[in-house]
Design a protein around this ligand. Structure first.
Ligand SMILES: [Zn+2]
Length: 405
């Protein structure tokens, strides 16, 4: 670096930076011009348009939200404030078996694909079509796409309650192969959901194998997160091992009161498999889950909060128990009448959540639902920080994230 004064756009002064996870922190200045770091260390000889004093604060690169349903949100709201306001600069979309591509919706959206957006938004037959739209929208975050199993089924199959037949399977394999060749990073399933439950092990294995030559990953919303969680994990391990793929178990949890306190058992099972296979998980820092309203999860012991209902929008933001009382019916009957609907389920034990979050092979993934009119707070709150954000006229964000943690 020359000693004559130079101009840069932004100079972050005296920031504490960890260059490697196990190394000692260093206090440095960081100079930025356009979107590049142009100098690190003592930058006192530089002049900047904007100076930020980061004395006593840690400076970190943007976070990756590894579990999102932002497939279409990045196109409809490219400022992505729910992410950049938390320091998230990269999102992984297409989780839980539902991706916006490759899918042209010519019928009403199936559950839970309807979590992603409106039918009219599903117009991307190939990943490259979506990539064009993404480039045009120029969102404030980077994105990597998983290809959803339920999406492939919706594109190809007539009766999703069954396993795919040979011809349907070949069509799904070909769509998945094309998407991987065009840059998708892996394959996701949501086997707990009605429209994927009927898939046979052979169907899931055959699809996962398509991803192997591309060095992709397999992520899964387990077949159950309730009492059968260990068996469901074994199913996921078997698929990943069969296809020789790294595995990410999505939003790991012990759901349902009878299952509370089992985090040590689940993590021990995890560790056992980590001896022979690359497995990890993601997790959000809340003891309540959120999805579409699922009759299988309606029990008297779980507090359920309705976030939206197509037939009864006026009942959003009320508890299912209160609605059932008003109608003088059981909660199950009330849930049936509210469908299609969205819900937040208070189904976890805080101690389990903390154990999963602090597990060294756990990643933070919001699982935020940006289309929900009353979203679970995980959409905006899964990474905490102190942020200074400016939204420019063209809706693009400039941000920096500073925290004492
Ligand atoms: Zn999920």
């Amino acid at each position: 670096m020359q000693s004559t004064s130079l101009y840069v756009d932004t100079l972050i002064q005296s920031a504490t930076v960890y260059f490697e996870s196990d190394s000692e922190a260093q206090v440095v200045d960081v100079a930025i011009s356009k979107d590049r770091i142009v100098a690190l260390g003592n930058c006192s000889h530089l002049q900047a348009q904007q100076c930020i004093d980061a004395t006593g604060l840690v400076l970190a690169p943007g976070f990756i939200d590894v579990h999102t349903h932002d497939d279409l949100e990045v196109l409809r709201g490219p400022h992505m404030l729910s992410k950049v306001s938390q320091g998230v600069t990269t999102v992984i979309a297409g989780n839980c078996g539902i991706s916006a591509v490759p899918y042209c919706a010519d019928q009403a959206l199936l559950d839970p694909i309807n979590l992603l957006g409106e039918q009219s938004e599903f117009v991307y037959r190939e990943l490259q079509d979506y990539q064009h739209a993404f480039s045009n929208a120029a969102p404030s975050v980077n994105l990597a796409m998983l290809v959803g199993h339920t999406t492939l089924r919706a594109q190809v199959m007539r009766d999703l309650s069954q396993a795919a037949n040979a011809q349907e399977l070949e069509q799904m394999k070909s769509l998945l192969h094309q998407a991987m060749a065009q840059g998708a990073i892996g394959f996701s399933t949501g086997l707990a959901y009605y429209n994927a439950k009927g898939a046979s092990q052979a169907e899931v294995h055959a699809l996962a194998q398509v991803v192997t030559p591309f060095d992709g990953i397999y992520t899964t919303h387990l077949r159950t997160e309730f009492q059968g969680v260990i068996r469901a994990m074994d199913e996921a391990f078997a698929t990943a091992e069969h296809a020789k793929l790294p595995l990410v178990i999505s939003h790991i949890k012990c759901a349902g009161r009878e299952n509370w306190g089992r985090a040590p058992e689940v993590l021990a099972h995890f560790e056992q498999h980590r001896q022979t296979h690359l497995v990890s998980c993601d997790c959000y820092p809340y003891a309540a889950s959120s999805s579409t309203l699922d009759l299988n999860q309606v029990t008297e012991e779980t507090d359920i909060f309705i976030t939206w209902s197509e037939p009864h929008p006026e009942l959003a933001q009320q508890s299912l128990a209160d609605i059932a009382t008003q109608w003088q019916v059981s909660q199950r009957e009330a849930a049936k009448r509210l469908q299609p609907a969205g819900a937040v389920y208070h189904c976890m034990l805080e101690d389990d959540v903390q154990r999963f979050l602090s597990y060294e092979h756990s990643m933070v993934g919001s699982d935020g639902l940006p289309c929900d009119p009353h979203p679970h707070p995980r959409l905006w709150g899964h990474f905490h920080g102190c942020l200074d954000i400016t939204v420019e006229n063209n809706n693009r964000c400039r941000w920096h994230w500073l925290s004492t943690k």
